[in-house]
Design a binder for this molecule. Structure first.
Ligand code: PLP
Length: 358
C-alpha cells in the first residue's frame, strides 16, 4: 500500500525548539503525522502522512466509552555521523499487534507499519535533536472510532503515529529513584491485560502513583495481584535486581509488559556471562538480601531511560537503601552499552539497530 504524502505548506511549519536542554518529554510534536483507517470488510485503507492536526471523533466513538486503545513507544536516534537509527522497531510492531489481538482490534500490516515509521521519521529528520541522549520519540497509537454505543468490538479504527523531539533523560546525571511498594493497589491480574500496552492499564495506575508521589517517591513498585508478595514492575518499566552474582527479573507470565529494553538487558547480560534468572522474586527475598548484604543493585528498564537505578525502596513504612543510593556497576555498564548501540557508536552484535538514513 502506498503512503500518500501531503506536506505542510512552509507558512504552516512550526518553530523548531532551539534549546535542547529544555525539550523534556512529550511536550513538542512535529509538523506531520501518519494516519491509516480501518473498516471491517474493507481492511486498512488510505494511509497518509499529512500535516499534524487534531482528529475529529464522534462523541460516541467507541474508544471514548469502552477503551479499545493501544499504543507503542520507540525512538529514532541521530548518530554522531548524522546517521539516523531505530532500535529493534520490529519488536514494537509485533508487540502492538499482540496488543491489538488481545483487545479484538485489527492487526496492522507489518510492512506498512515499518514503511510509515521510516517515511515519517525521514520527513521530520530535521526535528531529531543532536545532543547527547536526545532523540525523536515515536508514538504509534490505535483507537476504535466506530460511532456506536453497546459493548462490542468496533468496526472502525484509526491508527496513527505522532513523533516529537525529547530531551536526555539524564540531563543532570544519574539520579537513583525512590520507589514505593504498593501493597494495596495492583496493576494487573493473571488473565487480564497487563501484558499489553493498553491505555486502560495507565488509567488504572494513576491512583497508586499519586499516593507514591504525595509521599515523596518517584514510582510505584507493583506486586502480584494474587498474594501481594512478588515484585512485578516499577511504574511503566520492568524491574531488575542484582542479588549475589545473579541478575533477577520477574518472568513474563502474563501480568507484566514484555519490555524490549528488558529483553535487550537480559541478552546483553547473558553475553557477558552474567547469570540471569527470570523468576518470581518476593519482597521477603529482597529484604533478606538487603539485610545480609547480597542485594547489590536494582534498576528499572524501559525505552525512555534505558535503565534507571533504584536507590531506595519503601515497603510497609520501612525504607531499604540499595547500593548506598548510588548507581551500580552492572546498571552503568548496561546503560552505556545500550546507549552506544542505539546511537551507532558501537558494534551491534545482535543486529538491533535499523539505519534509516545516512
Ligand atoms: C512500555 C512499558 C515497559 C517498557 O517497555 P520497553 O519496550 O522497554 O520500552 C515496561 N512496562 C510497562 C508497563 C510499559 O508500558
Amino acid at each position: 500500500m502506498d503512503i500518500r504524502i501531503i506536506q505542510a505548506t512552509p507558512d504552516k511549519l512550526k518553530q523548531k525548539p532551539t534549546d535542547e536542554s529544555q525539550l523534556g518529554f512529550g511536550k513538542i510534536f512535529t509538523d506531520h503525522f501518519f494516519t491509516v483507517k480501518y473498516h471491517t470488510g474493507k481492511g486498512w485503507y488510505d494511509p497518509a502522512i499529512e500535516p499534524y492536526r487534531p482528529i475529529a471523533l464522534d462523541p460516541t466513538a467507541m474508544c471514548l466509552h469502552y477503551g479499545q486503545e493501544i499504543f507503542e513507544g520507540l525512538k529514532a536516534y541521530r548518530g554522531k555521523d548524522d546517521r539516523i537509527y531505530l532500535f529493534r522497531p520490529t519488536e514494537n510492531i509485533k508487540r502492538m499487534n499482540a496488543s491489538a489481538e488481545r483487545l479484538c482490534m485489527p492487526v496492522m500490516d507489518t510492512d506498512l507499519f515499518m514503511d510509515a515509521l521510516k517515511k515519517l521519521v525521514l520527513l521530520e529528520k530535521d526535528w531529531i535533536p543532536r545532543g547527547e541522549g536526545t532523540s525523536l520519540y515515536i508514538r504509534p497509537t490505535m483507537i476504535a472510532t466506530e460511532a456506536a454505543l453497546g459493548v462490542h468490538p468496533s468496526n472502525e479504527y484509526l491508527f496513527f503515529i505522532v513523533v516529537g523531539p525529547v530531551g536526555a533523560y539524564y540531563s543532570e546525571g544519574f539520579s537513583p529513584t525512590k520507589i514505593f511498594v504498593s501493597d494495596e493497589y495492583v496493576r494487573a491480574v493473571r488473565g487480564g491485560i497487563g501484558a499489553i500496552k493498553a491505555a486502560g492499564n495507565y488509567a488504572a495506575s494513576l491512583y497508586a502513583s499519586r499516593i507514591a508521589i504525595e509521599q515523596g517517591y518517584t514510582q510505584v513498585l507493583w506486586l502480584d495481584a494474587n498474594q501481594r508478595k512478588y515484585v512485578e514492575e516499577v511504574g511503566t518499566s520492568n524491574i531488575f535486581f542484582v542479588i549475589g552474582d545473579e541478575l533477577v527479573t520477574p518472568p513474563l507470565a502474563g501480568t507484566i509488559l514484555p519490555g524490549i529494553t528488558r529483553d535487550s538487558v537480559i541478552r546483553l547480560a547473558k553475553s557477558w556471562n552474567v547469570k540471569v534468572s527470570e523468576k518470581p522474586l518476593s519482597m521477603d527475598e529482597i529484604i533478606t538480601a538487603q539485610a545480609n548484604g547480597t542485594l547489590k543493585e536494582s534498576f528499572a528498564s524501559g525505552t525512555a531511560a534505558i535503565v534507571s537505578p533504584v536507590g531506595q525502596i519503601n515497603f510497609k513504612g520501612e525504607v531499604y537503601v540499595i547500593n548506598g543510593g548510588k548507581i551500580g556497576g552492572l546498571t552503568q555498564k548496561l546503560y552505556n552499552e545500550i546507549l552506544q548501540i542505539q546511537y551507532g557508536q558501537k558494534e551491534d552484535p545482535f543486529g538491533w539497530r535499523v539505519k534509516i538514513a545516512g
